[in-house]
Design a protein. Structure first.
Length: 376
């Protein structure tokens, strides 16, 4: 699974002389690798790379969301190990610039929510936007994801948490990405310890904080989580422009309640999560054109929300012959993948998985016993 950031370098001209021929020029790339070039061989070196154009952005999906935490090795729960996986759901390379992540207001699905018209519609539906609360995270470049491949992102605790809590998550992996940007104001060390050394700094996401607090408050039980692509602007410029700010109905216009307006046409994927113990108290935050349903989560047990397999499309791939594993058994109670295909086990056999994407989390997701990166 090849994942990298590319940026534009300026052209560099080096004129070698007798002394200069005694040393090498060391170039550090954005992926952290270096190239040594003897100056004796240099006349003119151009590092200009054309910006990558977007490709198959609409094929990116949220494959999995882990936000509820896990049991401690004793009593209580540990909930500072949240993360998610995005996936390229097609057979072509996907390239996306300005990929961002946000959470809709209010933070919890069962919280007080006055953002409805008398007809029961969300007040911002007619205006065609989703309000992203507090701040956003983004990739500072073009993200390239190979066909049927994934990117793991740690939202906090980007270390090997299993050293302290055995049922937690080990994010100490050079292939993983993490939300870590203390300079943004998200600098609460209990949420954001220094990432594991093996995670390259080029895999650190950047943040724009326009609300209050020192941590991005992804709900532990019921977030409305979505990813989107800012167009015709840079993330920081867009998020800090007061013309793009919005406040909920009846809320004070301060940094506690501040949101930005994310046009629905920018949204790539979203999922509405409700607390499984508070379904009757919960209300929608994402409009139906982003997510027409919801998926329930029982938190503090190490469970995740996992996207269901598109059985017909997956079985139709010729390269999957003899590689698909069935009798999936990692659902929770009545929540399971109706396809019966065990996606993770099938991938280990070399299969390519196509996930269901109907813009309705009720059909697209189920509650899974544990985060897939923990293994079976």
């Amino acid at each position: 699974m090849k994942k990298l950031f590319l940026s534009v370098f300026a052209s560099l001209v080096v004129t070698a002389n007798v002394c200069a021929q005694q040393w090498n020029m060391v170039i550090t790339k954005t992926d952290g690798t270096t190239v040594n070039i003897p100056t004796a061989s240099i006349h003119e070196v151009s590092f200009a790379e054309a910006p990558l154009e977007d490709a198959n952005v609409d094929q990116l999906v949220i494959k999995e969301l882990y936000n509820g935490g896990c049991p401690k090795d004793g009593s209580g729960a540990f909930q500072m190990d949240k993360g998610f996986i995005i996936y390229n759901n097609c057979s072509q390379q996907a390239i996306v610039n300005n990929l961002c992540f946000g959470i809709a207001t209010p933070y919890n699905g069962h919280a007080s929510n006055n953002n409805f018209t008398k007809d029961g519609d969300l007040v911002y539906e007619a205006e065609g936007f989703i309000p992203a609360q507090n701040g956003i995270w983004y990739y500072p470049g073009a993200l390239v994801i190979e066909p049927f491949s994934q990117v793991v992102v740690s939202c906090m605790g980007s270390i090997d948490n299993t050293q302290t809590y055995s049922q937690s998550v080990n994010y100490a992996n050079a292939d993983y990405y993490c939300m870590y940007d203390p300079e943004s104001g998200y600098n609460l060390t209990s949420y954001y310890p220094t990432p594991a050394d093996v995670i390259p700094t080029s895999h650190y996401l950047k943040a724009v904080k326009y609300g209050q607090g020192t941590a991005w408050m992804l709900s532990m039980n019921s977030p409305a989580f979505f990813m989107f692509q800012i167009k015709d602007s840079e993330p920081e410029a867009y998020a800090l422009d007061t013309d793009n700010h919005w406040y909920g109905v009846g809320e004070a216009q301060n940094d506690i309640n501040r949101c930005i307006k994310v046009p629905v046409e920018w949204v790539i994927d979203g999922m509405e999560v409700f607390d499984a113990t508070r379904l009757s108290d919960s209300k929608k935050r994402l409009t139906a054109d982003v997510d027409a349903g919801y998926v329930a989560l029982t938190n503090k047990l190490g469970h995740t929300l996992y996207r269901n397999v598109d059985k017909e499309a997956t079985e139709a791939l010729a390269e999957n012959a003899g590689k698909l594993v069935y009798n999936y058994a990692l659902g929770v109670d009545n929540s399971t993948d109706p396809s019966g295909i065990d996606a993770e086990a099938s991938v280990k056999q070399g299969a390519h998985i196509v996930y269901l994407d109907t813009n309705n989390s009720t059909a697209d997701f189920h509650e899974r016993q544990k985060f897939s990166i923990r293994g079976e």
